[in-house]
Structure formats: structure tokens, C-alpha cells
Design a protein around this ligand. Structure first.
Ligand code: MLT
Length: 244
């Protein structure tokens, strides 16, 4: 039986249309100081190309190599983290919600998901995600981050991304879950995030009983890639403050 370990392990759940490489700076930041798990959801969900956010949460809970962890999710990863919380709150020592939201999709957003899924099926990942990619980063993002983003997106499997769009389209609204989150919560958002803007993060933080909100300058929707030092430092400060 595993006893509770300190420092607490960290589970990092990536966003769409990315993979675990989006956490490379965070992994380097905590290298040697704590156990950090950053799985690729595509690998974890195997060949399943028809899954829900709840399925992804349950696959992660089965896979997570620690009894208890601080669970951090970016955007789609945050949707999954909230479903994990509902399924198994006892596995959480804390929760970190990065550039994400608790609301379900509006009817317009659902239609947008179907359009993107169809575009990926018809024209491939690069073309279909072009306009989204332009909105993922802060206008201040350097070319190196733009190149890195393109490199990661280009490597994604089209059928997996289509399945992600459908899973996100059908996800549950978790606004009502937030007041029941009894572990410390850190909410992080890029100041220039236009997909889940600071106002959305503020609303989420206000509903979480024990939360801290960090708005990171010079970052858009991909704060851990765009402002890796500020993100790592904010996360570390919060972990230390809570003895995690
Ligand atoms: C993400 O970054 O995971 C996506 O923006 C999530 C979404 O499309 O809702």
C-alpha cells in the first residue's frame, strides 16, 4: 500500500489539439523535486475513437501511478480534471485549472465543434486548426513558441482530434461542481487568453471554496508554453503555500 508522499505528485493533463509535450517546461521546472506525470491522452485512450470526457477521466484515474496527486489540467485537461474530481475526490490533494472553464458548450459552440470535426476529416489537422491556432497564443508570443505549437499540432492523429471535439461538445456543465471542491485550487490564466479569458477564470475562482487566481502576463491560452517560468513559479509558490 502506498503511503502519502511529500512532495505530492503532480498529474498534468494536456489541452486540445496538443499532447504532453506542451508541458515540457513544467516537467523541467519540477525535475528532481517531485514526481510529475504527463501522459498523452491519445496513447492512454488507446484505439478508442468514441469517448466522453468522463471516459477520459476514468482512464486517467486508472492509469495515475499515485494514490493521491495534485491534478492540473489545461483547457480540455481542465474539463477532464473536474470529471476526475467528481468520480474520485479522494485521489486529489489539490486541483490546478489552467486556461479552462467549467461551463458546458453553448449551442453555437457545439455547432463549431461539429464544423471543426468535419473540417479535420475533410482537410486534415493543419488546415482545420489554422484559425484556432491563431487564437491560442498571445499576440506577444515569439516565433519559437509558434513553431513549437505547429510542430506539436502537426503530429496529432486526425481521428483522435475528431473524437476530442465530440467529447468536448458533449461534456457536462461543471459550474455546480466548483463549490464542492474541498481541496485547495489554483486557477491560472494568461492575461491575453481569448478562448477562456481572465473574466472566465475569475468567475471560476470565485466559486471554488479555497482558491487562488494567477493572471499571467504575456500569455494567451497556452500559459505553460508561453510563460513557462512564470507558470512554474506560480505553481510552485502555491504548492509550497499549501504544503503539497
Ligand atoms: C483546449 O485548449 O483544450 C481547447 O481550447 C478546449 C476547447 O476547445 O474547449
Amino acid at each position: 500500500m502506498e503511503t502519502e508522499s511529500r512532495p505530492t505528485p503532480l498529474l498534468l493533463i494536456h489541452g486540445f489539439p496538443l499532447d504532453a509535450r506542451m508541458w515540457r517546461h513544467t516537467l523541467a521546472f519540477f525535475d528532481g523535486s517531485r514526481r510529475v506525470f504527463a501522459p498523452d491522452l491519445s496513447g492512454l485512450l488507446g484505439q478508442a475513437r468514441d469517448f466522453t470526457i468522463r471516459d477520459a477521466a476514468s482512464a486517467l484515474l486508472k492509469w495515475m501511478p499515485a494514490r493521491k496527486a495534485v491534478v492540473a489540467g489545461l483547457s480540455m485537461g481542465g474539463y477532464i480534471a473536474l470529471e476526475m474530481w467528481k468520480a474520485a475526490p479522494e485521489r486529489f490533494a489539490g486541483i490546478v485549472l489552467v486556461d479552462t472553464k467549467a461551463e458546458a458548450d453553448t449551442p453555437e459552440a457545439k455547432a463549431g465543434r461539429d464544423a471543426m470535426a468535419a473540417a479535420i476529416e475533410a482537410g486534415g489537422v493543419i488546415e482545420a486548426t489554422k484559425s484556432m491556432r491563431e487564437r491560442l497564443l498571445s499576440p506577444l508570443a515569439p516565433q519559437s513558441v509558434r513553431d513549437e505549437l505547429l510542430g506539436i499540432v502537426s503530429a496529432q492523429d486526425a481521428s483522435f482530434l475528431v473524437a476530442c471535439q465530440r467529447a468536448m461538445r458533449d461534456r457536462e456543465d461543471n459550474v455546480g461542481t466548483l463549490p464542492h471542491v474541498t481541496v485547495p485550487a489554483l486557477v491560472v490564466v494568461g492575461a491575453d487568453d481569448v478562448i477562456t479569458p481572465p473574466e472566465t477564470a475569475r468567475r471560476m475562482a470565485a466559486l471554488l471554496p479555497e482558491s487562488h487566481l494567477d493572471i499571467v502576463p504575456r500569455a494567451g491560452h497556452l500559459t505553460p508554453m508561453e510563460a513557462p517560468d512564470a507558470f512554474g513559479a506560480a505553481l510552485e509558490r502555491w504548492l509550497i503555500r499549501h504544503g503539497l
